[in-house]
Design a protein around this ligand. Structure first.
Ligand code: UT7
Length: 325
C-alpha cells in the first residue's frame, strides 16, 4: 500500500508573458493562446537551479506531510533538466535537505511522464519494504531550449512539484499505476547534444545543438492524446472503476488542445479535468505534481475523490495513476 502523505510545489517568481516571446521570435500572443492555451510561464532567476527548485518543492511537501527531512528514507527525482551530468540532482537534494545518508535516484530523460513513473517506482519500493519516499518532478527548461526557436521556446516553463509517499494511510492512496514506453519514437522529441552520441564540443556549441530541442509537434500531439486517454482507461479498468466514478483527471499540461482532446476521448465534462497550462506552460515532469498540489490547496480535490494522474513525454513514455483521496 502506498499513500500520498503531503503535497508541495514551487514556481519561480518571474512571470514571462506571451508578449515577451513575441518580441524575441516571430510569434504572437494570439498564436500561442490559440494553439496552446498558454498565457504565461515562469522563468528561474539566475541564482536558482534545478536543485534549489527541487528543495523548495520538497520542503513544502514535507511541511504539508508533517514529516521532517530525517523521516525520509529514499528520494526519487524525475527531470530532463538536471543540475549537472553527474552526480544526479537527487544526491544534491539529499544533502541540501539535510536527509540521512539514504539512497536517492534520478529518473532522467523520461520527459514529461517522469513524475508519474517515479510514483510507480516509489510504490514498488514501499511494497518491498515500508518506507517514506520523497518523489520530485522538476524542470528548469528555460536554460536548455533555444530562445530563438519559436517552435519550442514559448511552450515551456520552469517549476517543481513534490509528494511525500509512505506505507501508512495518509491523504490519498495510490491504487494502481499503468505505464509504458515506445522507444521507437525517440527521434520525434529529443535533445541529443550533451550525451555520448553527440557530446559537447566546439561543433555542438557553434551549431547551437546543445539547446536544440527537436520536436515534431503534430506527431507528439497525436500520440500524447492516445496514450494518456488509453492509460487512464486501463488504470480505471484495473481498479474496477469507470469514468463516471472519477472526480478529477490531472493530465500533463503541455497544450490545452491536447488536454481537451483527452477529455473528449474519455467522455469527461470540462469541470472534471484540471487545467493550469495557461499559467505555467509546459513544465515537463513538474506539471502533474504542481497541478495536484494546487488542486489540493485550492480545494478542487476533496476527501473521497477518485483522481487520475496521467502524463506523456519524450521516449515516448507515458503513465496513468489512480489515486483515492
Ligand atoms: O510535453 C510533451 C512534449 N510536447 C508536447 O506535448 C507538444 C505537442 N504538440 C503541440 O503542442 C503542438 O503541436 C504545437 C503547439 C507544438 C504546434 O501546434 P500545431 O497546431 O500542431 O502547429 P503545427 O505544428 O501544425 O505548425 C503550424 C505552423 C508551422 O508553420 P508552417 O510550417 O505551417 O508554415 C509552424 O512553423 O505554425 C508555425 N509555428 C509558429 N507560428 C507562430 C510553430 N510555432 C510557432 C509560434 N508562433 N510560436
Amino acid at each position: 500500500m502506498a499513500h500520498f502523505m503531503g503535497f508541495g510545489g514551487y514556481a519561480p517568481e518571474r512571470v514571462i508573458t506571451n508578449d515577451y516571446w513575441a518580441e524575441l521570435v516571430d510569434t504572437s500572443d494570439e498564436w500561442i493562446t490559440q494553439r496552446t492555451g498558454i498565457k504565461r510561464r515562469r522563468m528561474a532567476a539566475d541564482d536558482e537551479s534545478t536543485m534549489t527548485m527541487s528543495v523548495a518543492a520538497a520542503e513544502s511537501a514535507l511541511k504539508d506531510s508533517g514529516l521532517v527531512a530525517d523521516d525520509i528514507d529514499e528520494i526519487i527525482l524525475a527531470t530532463d533538466t538536471p543540475e549537472m551530468m553527474t552526480p544526479d540532482t537527487s544526491a544534491l537534494v539529499q544533502h541540501q535537505l539535510g536527509c540521512r545518508a539514504i539512497p536517492t535516484y534520478d529518473l532522467g530523460g523520461s520527459g514529461c511522464a517522469g513524475f508519474v513513473q517515479a510514483v510507480d517506482v516509489a510504490r514498488s519500493r514501499i511494497a518491498v519494504a515500508p518506507k517514506n519516499v520523497l518523489v520530485i518532478g522538476v524542470e528548469l527548461i528555460s536554460r536548455m531550449i533555444s530562445p530563438t526557436d519559436r517552435n519550442t521556446a514559448p511552450l515551456f516553463g520552469d517549476a517543481a512539484g513534490a509528494v511525500v509517499m509512505g506505507p501508512e494511510p495518509g491523504r490519498a492512496e495510490v491504487l494502481d499505476v499503468v505505464s509504458g514506453t515506445d522507444g521507437g519514437s525517440a527521434e520525434i522529441l529529443t535533445l541529443a547534444a550533451g550525451g555520448t552520441r553527440n557530446p559537447f564540443n566546439e561543433k555542438t556549441l557553434l551549431n547551437g545543438d546543445y539547446n536544440r530541442l527537436i520536436m515534431d509537434g503534430r506527431k507528439v500531439f497525436v500520440e500524447a492524446v492516445r496514450r494518456m486517454s488509453e492509460a487512464s482507461a486501463e488504470v480505471l479498468q484495473r481498479i474496477g472503476k469507470s469514468v463516471s466514478d472519477v472526480a478529477l483527471v490531472i493530465p500533463h499540461q503541455a497544450n490545452l488542445r491536447i488536454i481537451d482532446a483527452v477529455r473528449k476521448k474519455m467522455g469527461l465534462d470540462e469541470d472534471k479535468v484540471y487545467v493550469n497550462v495557461d499559467e505555467y506552460g509546459n513544465t515537463g515532469s513538474a506539471t502533474v505534481p504542481l497541478a495536484m498540489w494546487e488542486a489540493v490547496d485550492n480545494g478542487t480535490i476533496e476527501k473521497g475523490d477518485l483522481v487520475v494522474l496521467t502524463a506523456f513525454g519524450a521516449g515516448f513514455h507515458w503513465a496513468a495513476a489512480a489515486v483515492q483521496f
